[in-house]
Design a protein around this ligand. Sequence first.
Ligand SMILES: Nc1ncnc2c1ncn2[C@@H]1O[C@H](CO)[C@@H](O)[C@H]1OP(=O)(O)O
Ligand SMILES: [Mg+2]
Ligand SMILES: [Mg+2]
Length: 289
Amino acid sequence: MSKSHDPWQDAMDHAVAVARKSGEMIREVVQNQDQSSLVQTKSSAVDLVTETDQKVERLIIQSVKSKFPSHRFIGEESVSSGEPCILTSDPTWIIDPIDGTTNFVHRYPFVGVCIGFAVNQQVEWGVVYSAIEDKMFTARRGRGAFCNGRPLQVSTQTDVHRSMVATEFGSDRDPQVVDKIFSSLHKVLSLPVHGVRGAGSAALNMCAVARGSVELYYETGVHVWDIAAASVIVTEAGGVLRDTTGGALDLMSRRIVAANNETIATRIIAELEVYSSERDDRAPDCEPE
Ligand SMILES: Nc1ncnc2c1ncn2[C@@H]1O[C@H](CO)[C@@H](O)[C@H]1OP(=O)(O)O
Ligand SMILES: [Mg+2]
Ligand SMILES: [Mg+2]
């Protein structure tokens, strides 16, 4: 695919520019304002949102709309305020303005601005900007994955006992869910693996797989905006994507495994508890009372 024939390159260039601008806004707030008293909660007492999440999402959507008026959007904060979360075959920007809001609020330095772009329900490119670290992760389908312009490659490790695994505790504190999280964690740790880490951002955990820092990342409860942009970064770096059931990844299913290769993916998936969160694309009319 030559650059001149890529219909989506302009959109990707725009995403890189607006992600950088968003990152500047985020850094400004982290350096100059205390967010701890300004947070609001969403789905649970520990699912946080700030004015900056909303401002950054508005900045991204407004700038894209003026340049690409026919494109659609799925944005974390727009969905939160009632917009639909349906991926059609139209060109769609999938946005998480701050992935790692809890980190942002606590000044823990891993927050990602995530912008993915799907056409015919396939992610064409993804941009994840780690704003505090100033690392721009990018990937275009078929053209490789990069961090600040340098190519990314997953780890070549196939021995699970020499692997490092990333996961998160999520925002659901239902005791049954917490039990399942700890059951999986117990089994994975006891394999044993070298270590378990979590950046506090689904997207940055996936970028850690892409750059070979961890062999695998798994989680249940993620949303499409957490994983869409980073999904193509993982595959273009040579990695694989799965559902925690072992089947193909479904962006709307709230479950993900991103791994360096099939061997590690299969071995870890065998240890994971499979459970479900409500799908992202559930029809609002079908919601239970
Ligand atoms: N208390 C919490 N701890 C960890 N992740 C949380 C969380 N609340 C929400 N999340 C979201 O869940 C994702 C997967 O763990 C994170 O990337 C994060 O995305 P967010 O910051 O965009 O909300
Ligand atoms: Mg997120
Ligand atoms: Mg977010």
